[in-house]
Design a binder for this molecule. Structure first.
Ligand code: SAM
Ligand code: SF4
Length: 335
């Protein structure tokens, strides 16, 4: 395929410069909104990408214009060969970042720094240890909390992702914002999204507007500052005047940001997904293993990308279980 062919541009004119790579389907937590109660059938090891295959696929994307790669999972740090993966990917001209639950991230500080990983997104859905246990089905609150402080101390740019669920942690929105008073982090409130097996329903979702109602009730208007969002940003960013950190809302459900979407996702078993919400997958790994070029498959997958949320362009369609349950569980996609 000629170098001038823009295989990462879709039919709606969107260029895809951001690749999220899931390294594993395994995790050391069991978040209820991400992993079904009975777990997920794991791919046999031989079906997962090796570190060489991850590098080869990533390099093809970088050759065609990808400038950002984020490693995710499952929990990317539970993968044994993560140091080699980081070293290999760090040789590519990309911004390399990671999304982690931070349970064991203290063991990786030097490796992350050595490979130029400065930006880390950490999931933390509650500041209350017993609620954390309830949502993650594990007792790891203190480790995650301490590791967030450690990452900040070590100079990483930290964003904390909190999936909001009505009646569970919406009463912590303001506590989370207060957490940014003395810490230079960004708290990102994520609208709960539907995936296979996560018992989603719209009534559990806390919307962008509802978050802002809490904020407007708790802070004087002139203290709430709307920040400039970065290009292709999925979040709407705010700050309380005088606070070191900021907060944001990721409103994939009530206010999707598909117009400026520049992301593609590669699952741990080498399937390309052109949208988080789409059940369609394109098998890059099998083709790579037969020695053929993966570029035509990438191009076809990118061109098949729907304009909005994998074709679920209305809230009604998103609420149809038969549409969103066709998709994988989040644990095997990589958020
Ligand atoms: N284990 C890592 C972590 O938790 O950060 C990385 C993988 S996790 C799948 C990536 C992100 O997806 C997390 O921030 C998590 O909160 C988010 N996520 C998982 N399921 C979700 C859902 N149903 N709705 C919204 N966000 C979800
Ligand atoms: Fe694991 Fe992250 Fe999913 Fe929680 S959200 S189960 S930490 S992959």
């Amino acid at each position: 395929m000629s170098d001038t062919t823009n295989i990462l541009q879709d039919l709606h004119g969107r260029d895809h410069a951001y690749l999220r790579i899931s390294l594993t389907e395994r995790c050391n937590l069991r978040c209820t909104y991400c992993m079904p109660a009975d777990g997920v059938p794991l791919s046999p090891k031989s079906h997962l990408m090796t570190y060489e295959e991850i590098f080869n696929i990533a390099k093809t994307f970088v050759d065609h214009g990808v400038t950002k790669i984020r490693l995710t999972g499952g929990e990317p740090l539970v993968r044994k060969d993560i140091p080699i993966i980081l070293e290999k990917l760090a040789t590519l001209p990309v911004e390399l970042s990671i999304t982690s639950n931070a349970v064991i991230i203290d063991r990786f500080i030097d490796i992350l720094k050595a490979n130029g990983v400065n930006k880390i997104n950490v999931s933390l859905d509650s500041l209350d240890a017993s609620k954390f246990k309830h949502i993650t089905r594990r007792h790891e609150f203190q480790k995650v909390y301490d590791n967030i402080l450690l990452l900040v101390k070590e100079g990483f740019t930290v964003k904390v992702n909190a999936v909001l669920m009505k009646g569970f942690n919406d009463n912590e929105i303001i506590d989370f914002i207060h957490f940014t008073k003395d810490l230079p982090i960004s708290i990102r409130f994520i609208e709960f999204m539907p995936f296979d097996g996560n018992k989603w329903d719209m009534s559990k979702l806390v919307s962008y507007n509802e978050v802002m109602e809490y904020v407007n009730k708790s802070f004087p208007k002139d203290q709430i500052k709307r920040l400039q969002d970065a290009p292709n940003d999925t979040s709407k960013n705010y700050k309380i005047k005088g606070y070191k950190g900021s907060f944001a809302i990721i409103s994939s459900v009530t206010n999707p940001f598909c117009d400026s979407c520049n992301r593609l996702r590669l699952t741990a078993n080498g399937q390309l997904k052109n949208c988080l919400f789409s059940s369609a997958e394109s098998d890059l790994l099998t083709t790579l293993r037969t020695g053929k070029s993966i570029e035509p498959i990438i191009q076809k997958a990118v061109q098949a990308k729907f304009k909005v949320r994998g074709g679920m362009d209305t809230l009604q369609k998103l609420q149809e279980p038969k549409l969103h349950n066709n998709n994988r569980s989040m644990i095997t996609i990589g958020g």
